[in-house]
Design a protein around this ligand. Structure first.
Ligand SMILES: Nc1ncnc2c1ncn2[C@@H]1O[C@H](COP(=O)(O)OP(=O)(O)OP(=O)(O)O)[C@@H](O)[C@H]1O
Length: 530
């Protein structure tokens, strides 16, 4: 499955490790809460599963594959085998809910008819079939997160990583999201969720893996948010609490200063962004060609919103929640197929021309270009779970049998644009991560990255600030450095800052378009001909 073997991850040479000597294993079908104070390394661990950064020490294997040995050009397709959900949703603002989800399938070259059927089905599963035509700014945060989850799982990932997916949601919306995650997990997908939400962790009583200052301090089945009294984690945290007067396992007291700033900043940013997106979306819509305009109707505009039922298929896994937190509408256990025929004509995906209208080129083309870069998915490189032959697609199946290993996930590239990372100023000591394994060109030394050093502070705020800086676009596919990353100095060029995390990923996509246009010509003949 996923195995961390004495993994240490340093962002800066000589600095404190973001992860230190972490050994942990996640098995197929696990539902794991990853908890720990802000800065304890949760996001770093999740990102390392995505192979966003390699360990300077130790080894990470996923489905038996050592990530350090993976060829760079194989990384995108590997990442597509993992679904990822973020706290800030990261939906493409100028695409409808339907289009956001469909995009993930288009990226992998799924046939249009299959996309149409599948997207409507999954939107139905997450209770968004009636909001398919809405743009992200036209739906609530909870609905946006459900759309983001739909996008993450539409290609049946074996692994779903969720980084504080309920962090921006109220308890009710959070509970809706958790119901969907439970359903996905019950279908066989491994779910690893970083969270600070004590209520959710306590209520679900699942496996809890706790990090503290980069170290794994607890791995408990059927755990709760607080470490059991007398346990190692409890002793450690209690001791720190006594010394500092703060509860180290509870992020709130440690973030007395940062939390309000993050909240206000994020809210302001969202608000500003929403305004901007509203404007740009309106402009984009005005600019749309008649072809696209006619093909995408918004049947729900102006209509009262009908909250669809969330429909986890596996009632086995939907233990009763307290009434206040649970959904009003229980999921429909009968996974009736939401076929194209079931859906109103207007809700179906329009026959979109491969050649986008000229006015749409920059947005559409950039997104597609990013997608194109990840388009080819050799089957042999998909994550597989050979020990289980009875996999079943969680969306297609009415029973929680698992995910089809051959139908590994594909995510849109924008979700996995590598964040800039500071690499150590000096080479960090490395160990032979796999001396027994055959050499591959993935071991070619990585040229030092020259990027501006990120803030050493933690918290979501610093990450957002860091995300707001551009990074050098990745080059075309090359079999370069996969091995442990050497030190680097600050990059001389600091790209133009961006306004927000979601905008950042969108801009990354655009930059990637420039880089990938050439390869795109080869893949999408007529699209790339412009
Ligand atoms: N890109 C980066 N460059 C340098 N340091 C980083 C980077 N990302 C994270 N760090 C540092 O690594 C440590 C772990 O950060 P990480 O984001 O993994 O923590 P976290 O537990 O997810 O925090 P939060 O709960 O606030 O999201 C922190 O000290 C942080 O400052």
């Amino acid at each position: 499955m996923i195995r961390f073997d004495q993994v240490s991850r340093f962002y800066q040479s000589g600095g404190k490790p973001a992860l230190e000597d972490v050994t942990v294993e996640f098995n197929r079908g696990d539902f794991v809460f990853l908890i720990g104070a802000s800065g304890s390394g949760k996001s770093t661990l999740l990102r390392m599963i995505l192979r966003e950064g390699l360990p300077q020490r130790g080894k990470i294997t996923v489905a038996g594959q050592n990530l350090a040995r993976m060829l760079e050009r194989r990384v995108p397709e590997y990442r597509r085998s993992i679904g990822m959900v973020f706290q800030d949703f990261r939906l493409l603002p100028d695409k409808t809910v339907y289009e956001n989800v469909a995009f993930a399938m288009r990226v992998i070259g799924a046939p249009r008819t299959q996309i149409r059927k599948r997207v409507m089905k999954i939107l139905s599963r997450v209770g968004l079939e009636n909001l398919a035509k809405r743009y992200p700014h036209e739906i609530s945060g909870g609905e946006q997160q459900r759309a983001a989850i739909a996008r993450a799982i539409v290609n049946s990932p074996a692994i779903l990583l969720a980084d504080e997916p309920t962090g921006n949601l109220d308890p009710r919306a959070a509970e809706e999201v958790m119901k969907i995650l439970r359903w996905i997990n019950a279908s066989g997908t491994t779910v690893i969720m970083a969270t600070h939400d004590r209520a959710i962790v306590d209520r679900m009583a699942r496996r809890v893996v706790q990090l503290h200052r980069g170290k794994l301090v607890r791995d408990q089945q059927d755990g709760s948010y607080d470490a059991p009294e007398g346990s190692y984690a409890w002793e450690l945290l209690t001791k720190e609490q006594e010394e500092s007067g703060l509860r180290a396992h509870d992020p709130a007291p440690l973030l007395t200063q940062a939390v309000p700033m993050v909240a206000v900043g994020a809210a302001a940013e969202r608000s500003q962004q929403q305004g901007t997106e509203q404007g740009s979306t309106d402009q984009a819509r005005a600019d749309q060609s008649s072809t696209e305009r006619n093909s995408i109707e918004h049947p729900h505009d102006g209509e009262a919103r009908v909250e669809p039922e969330v429909a986890p298929e596996d009632q086995r896994d939907t233990e009763p929640m307290d009434s206040a937190a649970s959904l009003e509408h229980e999921p429909d256990p009968a996974p009736e197929e939401t076929s194209v025929a079931d859906a109103p004509e207007a809700e179906l995906e329009p026959e979109q021309p491969m050649e986008p209208p000229a006015e749409q080129e920059s947005a559409e083309d950039s997104a597609a270009a990013s997608a194109d870069s990840h388009r080819v998915i050799p089957r042999e490189f998909r994550v597989t779970w050979p020990e289980d032959a009875s996999d079943a697609d969680p969306i297609e199946s009415s029973s929680p049998a698992g995910v089809d290993a051959a139908d590994m996930p594909a995510l849109d590239g924008e979700a996995f644009e590598e964040s800039p990372e500071a690499t150590p100023q000096e080479p960090v000591e490395t160990t032979d991560v796999a001396a027994d394994e055959p050499e591959t060109d993935a071991l070619t030394p990585v040229p030092p990255k020259r990027i501006p050093g990120p803030p050493s502070r933690s918290t979501t705020q610093s990450r957002l600030a860091w995300l707001s800086q551009s990074e050098e676009p990745q080059g075309a596919e090359t079999d370069k450095p996969a091995a442990n990353e050497p030190a680097g100095e600050a990059r001389p060029e600091v790209p133009k800052p961006r306004a927000s995390a979601s905008e950042a990923s969108y801009s990354d996509t655009r930059r990637t378009a420039e880089q990938l246009r050439a390869s795109k010509r080869g893949i999408f003949g007529r699209r790339g001909s412009r």
